[in-house]
Design a protein around this ligand. Structure first.
Ligand code: FMN
Length: 265
């Protein structure tokens, strides 16, 4: 079948999911590609897709599930038997039921998942003292993503319609495991270091960070994705909550074995 346009659609607070699917999309040569970034609130996007387009969904794993805010934002999109690649990115621990959940979400909105993959991204809670998959996806990951894209391009070219293929078997269970609960803390602001540049406000996917007299983080809407922490040019935001810091240290100690991308053509 002939694909006339590729859409890389992502929710990606710390940008690792976005990098992985953009590399995948670039591996499918000869078809124009556009990214739809659902990460930031209040933006309008193209929402309906046709049977001769290919959509690549790329979202992060939170607690072995699709990040809840990604679920909300993806729900507004609509396919029309549109072939889709479902891709999750996780922080070198595990992705558990997230890929199955993303496949099901795509089907519920009339997309037709034909391939799936799981990539590794630097963990949201990785830091200088607690490195967890630092620098992932790296050049080896991105080249694996591009090669997989090229195989997907060949697979599509060999099909007459998306109905001529089924989504391959992928790991994960239904019913899904419990996802993230309420967040126990927000990042802490080091007032003396903050220059009120507003980078944290712009990088927050949930609108939880605002600049009033000072930077305020609303606990009820913070998803603890750490985009503000990672993007602050002054390192003025940090996690200062001991139970979470204990968990970060434990993950940095335990998750040292490199996991590789899993590709389901
Ligand atoms: C609340 C929360 C829960 C997470 N749960 C998991 C998990 O279950 N397994 C895992 O390996 N990584 C987990 N991570 C790490 C992210 O999946 C990982 O850093 C991913 O690369 C983030 O994607 P993004 O850069 O597109 O935001 C979690 C991160 C957050 C913020």
């Amino acid at each position: 079948m002939k694909i006339i346009k590729i859409w890389a659609i992502t929710f990606s607070p710390t940008r690792t999911s976005k990098k992985s699917i953009e590399a995948l999309a670039a591996g499918i040569t000869g078809v124009p590609c556009e990214t739809i970034d659902l990460t930031y609130p209040g933006k309008t996007h193209h929402q309906e897709f046709g049977p001769d387009e290919l959509v690549i969904f790329g979202v992060p794993v939170y607690a072995g599930r699709v990040a809840p805010m990604a679920v909300q934002r993806l729900a507004a999109l609509k396919g029309n038997n549109t072939p889709a690649v479902v891709s999750v990115t996780y922080g070198n621990r595990a992705y558990e039921d997230a890929l199955v959940e993303l496949r099901d979400l795509a089907r519920q909105t009339s997309f037709k998942p034909i391939s799936a993959c799981a990539f590794i991204g630097e963990h949201s809670y990785s830091g200088a003292d607690t490195p967890i998959a630092p620098g992932r996806p790296d050049s080896a990951d991105l080249s694996a993503a591009a090669s997989f894209g090229s195989l997907i391009g060949a697979k599509l070219a060999a099909l007459a319609t998306p109905d001529d293929t089924a989504c391959p078997e992928i790991p994960g269970n239904v019913p899904y495991r419990d996802g993230v609960g309420p967040m126990p803390c927000t990042p802490t602001l080091l007032e003396d270091a903050c220059t009120q540049c507003g980078t944290c406000v712009d990088s927050c996917p949930s609108g939880a960070v605002s600049l009033q007299e000072r930077i305020i983080i609303d606990k009820s809407s913070c998803i603890l994705c750490c985009a503000c922490v990672k993007n602050c040019p002054e390192k003025a935001l940090m996690i200062d909550f001991e139970p979470l810091n204990q968990r970060r240290r434990a993950m940095a100690e335990q998750l040292t074995q490199r996991r590789e991308p899993e590709l389901y053509l």
